[in-house]
Every structure is written in structure tokens, then in C-alpha cells.
Design a protein. Sequence first.
Length: 139
Amino acid sequence: MTNEGARLGAEAARRLAQTDLFEFEPGLTDAEFARIEREYGFQLADDHRAFLAAGLPVNVAPEDGQTWSKPWPEWRSGDPDSLRNQLGWPVEGVLLSIEHNRFWYQAWGERPADDAAALATARYCLEKVPVLGPVFKGC
């Protein structure tokens, strides 16, 4: 873990805790980080790891008018299928943009004329990129 990443993550956790907007449990342990990374096939960035080690934000019942009932990924005790679904959101977003907005990343080469072929090519290319771990809501 880089010192700067750890410093930024711990500082972010400290500032968020000061807002009193969310509840926190004790931070994730090294064993929990190892399980998460093994089970979901990705590695948390240094700053994200330090943030979650400083204190784990937890979801509480939504207040009136709140539209997002579970903004924090539930790394400690969440439903594995729900977490896998959240991990897939970035790829799904790119695929939707390809399908509906004709998005195309130039590094993939020329966009196939057929939409199904374009989606298949993009899926193949996206399987090779690092997984983005969700931080908060859809971010």
C-alpha cells in the first residue's frame, strides 16, 4: 500500500465520519480484504482499502424522500450476488452506451457495422480490463 494512498483513504474516512451522515462499523480486517479480493476477483486500490480499514460505512433504513436505500457496498455481510451485480455495473454501462448511443473506444479498432458484433467485441475487450470496485451508490 502506498503511503499517499493510505493517507488519502484514511483522511476521506475521517472527514466522512465527521459529517454524522452515516453509521460506521469497525473497519475491514486484512483477512476480510483477502476474502473480498479472492471471492470477487479484483484488488482494492490503496486509498479505497485504507478508507474501508478506517471504518466500514453501513447502510441504514432510508429516511423519507431518500431514493437510494443501500448506497454502500456491503462488503462484510452483503449478498454475494448483489455485490457481483454491482461489480458488473461499469461494464454494463459501457455496453448500454455502445448499444444505444453508438459509443466506441478507438483502441478496440474499427467498430463493427453489426450491433451484435460490436457488443461481442466490446465484451471480449472489457473482460481484459481491471474490475472497478464500487465505492458509493453507482460510483
